[in-house]
Design a protein around this ligand. Structure first.
Ligand code: NDP
Length: 325
């Protein structure tokens, strides 16, 4: 038997149970991984609460982890038992000692990345890769607004933007978070619980406003975000930490300056093996170069995943959190 986190109904973190399960042998094209560390992501909370419905119940949870290949299904050629690997996609169930998933979603870890770093950064780092390098290909010199700049994704975005020569204005909810975002390379910060974001962006940019706004907060910030853009600029709505953006009248994009809007996801960008490998190469190179340092700020035993999710959901964490089996 092996242990995993499971839930049979959606709700608060107390729906999560630490249960014994029979390990699943990998089918053709799959591998089984003995997780050494598991990533905690806000998306896991959307799944637990039902915003992103799980395909069946009872369900596992989590899509990010790092560990050692423990068993290999038929036809898998790029991985063997004992390989050090990581993953950020695939079926729910990463919150587990053993996780079985398609080998096509699993990549070998270079020696310079340890398991904790990988679990803390695969999903968030690949997300920042597509946001800053693909959704809008930042070249340097642009000014962007990035919400929740001291969080897991935000901490990586601050460093990557700085490395690209981009001025990142980060929103945060406290002075401590502002200090962290600045230490990570933000050009300026705004405390969006106290300051008028649009006015501050106008001051900071001498009235020019932003080339791109990256908004993972959703409901609470949608309209403010649109008001921070230059004419014909891009709004990237990529998360729902405060609730989903709903009921949008598309005419608002015209009223606020012929704006563009996109709602991307990691699965929408890393949708083929080739694209996943290309994104990993770029992301791993950023770590190897030292331009990107992953802050494994919080560690919890995997069986206490509920407490870890509560801390993330109540805005108490900064940087990345990992769960240890
Ligand atoms: P974070 O560590 O960034 O935590 C979320 C942060 O959002 C909080 O720390 C908080 O920062 C801010 N926040 C603002 N309003 C709220 C609210 N009402 N409730 C809770 N938090 C709020 O999480 P992650 O790094 O895991 O993820 C960041 C975001 O990116 C999430 O929205 C996630 O869904 C999204 N995401 C999207 C992906 C995609 O491909 N589309 C992939 C990965 C992540 P503060 O206190 O400073 O406001």
């Amino acid at each position: 038997m092996a242990k995993r986190i499971e839930f049979s109904k959606t709700g608060d973190s107390d729906v999560l149970e630490w249960v014994d399960v029979e390990p699943v042998a990998p089918s053709a094209g799959e591998v089984r991984i003995a997780n050494k560390a598991v990533g905690l992501n806000f998306i896991d909370i959307y799944v637990r609460t039902g915003l992103y419905p799980a395909p069946s119940m009872p369900s596992g949870l989590g899509t990010e982890g790092a560990g050692v290949v423990d068993s290999v299904g038929e036809g898998v050629t790029h991985l063997k038992v004992g390989d050090r690997v990581a993953y950020a996609q695939g079926p729910l169930g990463a919150y587990a000692e053993l996780h079985t998933l398609p080998a096509s979603k699993v990549v070998k870890l270079p020696d310079f990345i340890d398991f904790d770093t990988a679990a803390a950064s695969m999903l968030k780092g690949l997300t920042v890769q597509y946001l800053l390098r693909q959704t809008y290909e930042l070249k340097g010199g642009e000014t962007i607004l990035f919400h929740a700049a001291a969080g897991g994704v935000g901490s990586i975005a601050c460093q990557w933007a700085k490395a690209l020569g981009v001025k990142l204005i980060g929103t945060v909810s406290s002075q401590e978070k502002a200090d962290l975002a600045m230490a990570n390379g933000a050009w300026a910060t705004i405390n969006y619980t106290k300051e008028n974001v649009v006015e501050r962006v106008r001051e900071l940019t001498n009235g020019e406003m932003c080339d791109v706004v990256y908004d993972s907060v959703g409901k609470d910030t949608w309209e403010t975000s649109l008001d921070c853009l230059k004419p014909r600029a891009l709004m990237v709505s990529f998360g729902n930490a405060s609730g989903p953006v709903e009921g949008v009248n598309i005419g608002i994009l015209n009223q606020k300056g012929a704006l563009f809007v996109t709602r991307p996801s990691l699965n929408g960008y890393a949708d083929t093996r080739e694209r996943l490998e290309m994104m990993c190469q770029d992301f791993f190179a950023m770590i190897e170069s030292g331009k990107l340092k992953i802050d494994v700020a919080n560690r919890y035993p995997l069986k206490e995943a509920g407490n870890a999710q509560d801390a993330l959901q109540s805005r108490k964490t900064t940087g990345s959190t990992i769960l240890l089996p």
